[in-house]
Design a binder for this molecule. Structure first.
Ligand code: 13P
Length: 253
């Protein structure tokens, strides 16, 4: 069975003190996960070591960076490298989140380079894709997402994509309280898997975990995660509330 993953994306929220309270509370109310399940915490860079230390004893709990730079090292003031993340035993890195594409002009080639440097350092990318409301209304979301996948992932080998993680996050559902319907999510996830099957074959595409992101909450997670091609979620707002995220973890297949 594909890995089922609930990933918390804290974005740029909380102080260290608040983060420690949240993670302590969450550790108190969560159990070890099943073999096929994972919890991932994409927390701000300054909190990574502290959060990692607090989750280290829980089975299948991991930390993630929310980004990293596409260069190895050097005079890039303010940036964080893949090698730095590896050195503090980070497991995953979110790449291509729509907020980074929009506010920081992250392009397809830049994301391809970031994926490469993460893989070279043994970090697992969580590659985000997803369309805006205007694209959804024009009904061109399938080709739009296909281009995102092609431009940033298709240079990879079948081996590199085996067990890869993709997050589909429709921009119109992020932070809006408006989720894609179960049918809309399933339809796009099946499309993404189909795009990967056409390029890499079914063995690879069936190994890829495709997470849904966009207003996932405790009260809708079970239905969304229950769709056949949805392998968990990338969760923003609800991941900042311990009881909400614990319930979302309990909703994994
Ligand atoms: P919300 O869950 O707050 O809609 O955010 C989704 C998201 O962007 C996760 O990366």
């Amino acid at each position: 069975m594909r890995k089922q993953i609930a990933a918390a994306n804290w974005k740029m929220n909380l102080t260290l003190q608040e983060a420690e309270i949240l993670i302590d509370e969450l550790m108190d109310i969560t159990h070890d996960l099943k073999e096929n399940q994972k919890a991932v915490f994409a927390v701000p860079f300054p909190f990574l070591i502290s959060v990692k230390n607090k989750i280290v004893d829980k089975k299948n709990f991991f930390v993630a960076g929310q980004n990293c730079y596409d260069k190895k090292a050097g005079a890039y003031t303010g940036e964080v490298s893949a090698e730095m993340l590896k050195s503090i035993v980070v497991d995953y890195v979110i790449l291509g989140h729509s907020e980074r594409r929009e506010y920081f002009n992250e392009s397809h080639p830049m994301l391809a380079a970031k994926i490469n440097i993460c893989l070279e350092n043994g970090l697992k990318p969580i590659f985000c894709c997803g369309e805006s409301l205007a694209i959804r209304e024009a009904e061109t979301q399938n080709s739009y997402v296909e281009t995102q996948l092609k431009e940033s992932l298709f240079h990879l080998s079948a081996e590199q994509l085996t067990g890869f993680v993709i997050a589909y996050e429709p921009i119109w559902a992020i932070g809006t309280g408006k989720t894609a319907s179960n049918e809309q999510a399933q339809e796009m996830h099946a499309h993404i898997r189909n795009v990967m099957t056409n390029q890499y074959g079914a063995v690879v595409s069936e190994s890829i975990s495709i997470l849904y992101g966009g207003s996932v909450k405790a009260n809708n997670a079970k239905d969304i995660f229950g769709q056949p091609d949805v392998d968990g979620g990338l969760v923003g707002g609800a991941s900042l509330v311990a009881a909400e995220f614990a319930a979302i973890l309990n909703s994994l297949k």
